[in-house]
Design a protein around this ligand. Structure first.
Ligand SMILES: Nc1ncnc2c1ncn2[C@@H]1O[C@H](COP(=O)(O)OP(=O)(O)OP(=O)(O)O)[C@@H](O)[C@H]1O
Ligand SMILES: [Mg+2]
Length: 247
């Protein structure tokens, strides 16, 4: 959220790419560094949002129209921004969010073919709350299928997970397009390595971002920056419990 006190980082990527794993690990890392990060997820993140999430992901709602789906995601997001994200950022917290607007653009805009209307709907929903940094976990959806396939076969999966590979390929292409359209905000991290390797890369991206922010605010050359870039953490006045972190 440019110009505000807090730090807003979102995680994106195909189903099973490791987003929730990396949100958790980055949350632990930032906590070690003295931050008090708020970990949250979409769809959901609030009581009302979790109810909307259940409607969206319910396998029984196979007839759901693509526009309905997109509006439901946006409704959940509007509540999430109003109740969790904006207040946390205004209080100076670091917010780590598992999926955000880019998911809607990739899944509904590209996957469902709704196109640019998705960005318009979401612009209304988020009211200017844009991530400072987006980590795109870059891994081919086929590789993700191998990871989550067993669970989907065992438990049936949710309505989005059960879409075919062609749909997930269109989503993936949408993500790559977003990364090329917003190179300053969306950073690709190779998701093919092990959990620790991906986590190292995520930390590098976040630390580089924090150094840049420190340099921009102080005007100091890079050599004057403290070794620990986490020293650039925003002033924090509020303690937040983690909300709705996805397991
Ligand atoms: N780098 C990795 N290498 C191998 N397995 C991984 C890696 N990261 C996560 N996993 C495993 O893959 C599965 C999916 O990971 P995770 O739930 O973090 O992905 P996700 O992107 O949040 O998925 P979803 O889109 O379904 O929420 C989990 O079983 C997790 O333990
Ligand atoms: Mg997840």
């Amino acid at each position: 959220m440019k110009g505000k006190k807090g730090l807003f980082i979102t995680f994106e990527g195909p189903d099973g790419s490791g987003k929730s794993t990396q949100v958790r690990l980055l949350g632990a890392y930032l906590t070690e560094q003295g931050f008090d990060p708020v970990l949250t997820r979409e769809p959901g993140g609030t009581r009302i949002g979790e109810k909307i999430r259940d409607i969206i992901l319910d396998q029984g709602n196979a007839e759901m129209d693509a526009l309905t789906e997109s509006l439901l995601y946006a409704a959940s997001r509007a509540q999430h921004v109003a109740e969790v994200i904006r207040p946390a950022l205004d209080a100076g917290c670091a917010v780590l969010c598992d999926r955000y607007v880019d998911s809607s653009i990739a899944y509904q805009g590209c996957g469902r073919g709704l196109g640019s209307i998705v960005a318009d709907i979401n612009s209304l929903a988020v009211g200017g709350v844009v991530p400072d940094l987006t980590i795109l976990i870059d891994i081919d959806p086929e590789a993700c299928f191998d990871r989550i396939g067993k669970r989907v076969i065992r438990e049936g999966g949710d309505r989005m997970e059960s879409e075919d590979l062609a749909y997930h390929r269109a989503v993936y292409d949408g993500y790559l397009e977003l990364a090329s359209l917003h190179p300053d905000r969306v950073k690709r991290v190779d998701g093919n390595g092990g959990v620790d390797a991906v986590s190292d890369d995520v930390r590098k991206v976040v630390n580089a971002f924090l150094l840049d922010r420190l340099n921009a605010s102080s005007g100091a050359p890079a050599r004057d920056v403290p070794d620990d870039p986490a020293n650039t953490r925003p002033e924090q006045t509020t303690v937040h419990a983690a909300k709705g972190e996805r397991s």
